[in-house]
Design a protein around this ligand. Structure first.
Ligand SMILES: [Cu+2]
Length: 342
């Protein structure tokens, strides 16, 4: 059994935000108990810029090819990597920057894509505990009920404040009629964005749909958190090494310490030692990446370092949210980083 506490890391508004937000997630928490099995990393969301996709054909440049795979084939893609001896420790996990076929747009910017539409039951909700409901409508307009799992789940719901000062990653339940439901407990009024990572079975690939969500009430807009390479959450200090360079895949290393000591027994969370969601300030372009190497592959250590090959869809300032699990608790460390040019 795993509990999930997503913690906010913006000193000024403190970690009350996400702690409060998860208080009501009993069903979600229970649902996390069984996620030990490895699944189709290749199917996860995240979308690269065209330059990275172009690199896919050659596999030659280790900087970019991870970012380049349009890994929609799930296990097939993983199998194809087994023989790539020249990149030990690199699996296609890092490949999620590479879903190639939405015309070059980053993920999460569209409410409808490839014929699939994210339909919120209520695009305006209140603060506090709310049963948040939505459906994914298929090309025929009917709710989708068949999905291929992505990292042990048929759907991942990410909720973020537009100012990037809050982040939640939860797993709704699917009813037979195609309605997804999850208890949200957003503590403050404001402008939010929701993202769904899904692979509708009939579509055969992963897409990320995004929709605006308003939480009613008075609120004061805040600036995005200042740039920082260190995040502290629940006594864990996580540092971020590496740069974001538009147009090329880059290696990011996140290092987890607790009480000054490296953490070397991270636990798999949704089949990886870390999940990194990257959102661009200003439009919330969405990238979801997974580490190089996976639990149980014989070469990937369970910390303190978690490495990601990451491609961002252009210049800008990004907020990076790392979910990691230790001591049976999932925590989120968040960083702000602007791109650099080389
Ligand atoms: Cu998820």
């Amino acid at each position: 059994m795993t509990t999930q506490t997503h913690t906010n890391h913006e000193g000024a508004h403190g970690d009350h935000t996400e702690h409060a937000a998860h208080a009501g997630h009993g069903g979600h928490t229970a649902a996390h108990g069984d996620r030990t099995q490895h699944t189709d990393h290749a199917a996860h969301a995240g979308h690269a810029q065209p330059a990275a996709r172009a690199a896919h054909a050659g596999h030659g440049d280790p900087r970019t090819d991870h970012a380049a795979h349009a890994g929609h084939a799930q296990h097939t893609a993983r199998a194809a990597h087994a023989g790539d001896g020249d990149r030990a420790g690199h699996t296609d996990h890092a490949a999620h920057a590479g879903h190639g076929d939405h015309g070059g747009l980053p993920g999460g910017l569209q409410i409808t894509q490839d014929g699939y539409t994210l339909a919120l039951a209520e695009p305006i909700i209140g603060t506090g505990e709310v049963d948040f409901r939505f459906r994914i409508l298929g090309p025929d307009g009917a709710p989708v009920t068949r999905y291929d799992a992505i990292h042990d789940r048929d759907l991942h719901l990410i909720v973020a404040r537009r100012e990037l000062t809050g982040f939640w990653h939860v797993h709704p339940e699917l009813a037979a009629d195609g309605t997804w439901t999850v208890t949200l407990n957003l503590p403050e009024a404001g402008a939010y964005r929701v993202f769904t990572d899904i692979a509708p079975h009939a579509l055969g690939k992963t897409i990320t749909l995004g929709a605006d969500l308003a939480v009613a009430g008075a609120y004061e807009p805040r600036s995005a958190p200042a740039a920082a390479r260190t995040a502290v959450v629940d006594g864990y200090e996580v540092t971020l090494d590496g740069d974001l360079v538009p147009g090329t895949g880059q290696l990011l290393t996140l290092t987890v310490r607790k009480d000054g000591q490296p953490v070397t027994d991270l636990q798999p969370y949704l089949a990886a030692y870390g999940h990194l969601v990257i959102l661009r300030a200003g439009d919330l372009a969405y990238v979801h990446v997974h580490p190089n190497g996976e639990p149980g592959d014989g070469v990937t250590a369970p910390g303190p370092d978690i490495t990601f090959h990451t491609a961002v869809p252009g210049p800008g300032t990004y907020r990076l949210f790392l979910d990691f699990q230790h001591g049976d608790v999932v925590r989120t460390a968040a960083f702000t980083l602007s791109t650099v040019t080389r």
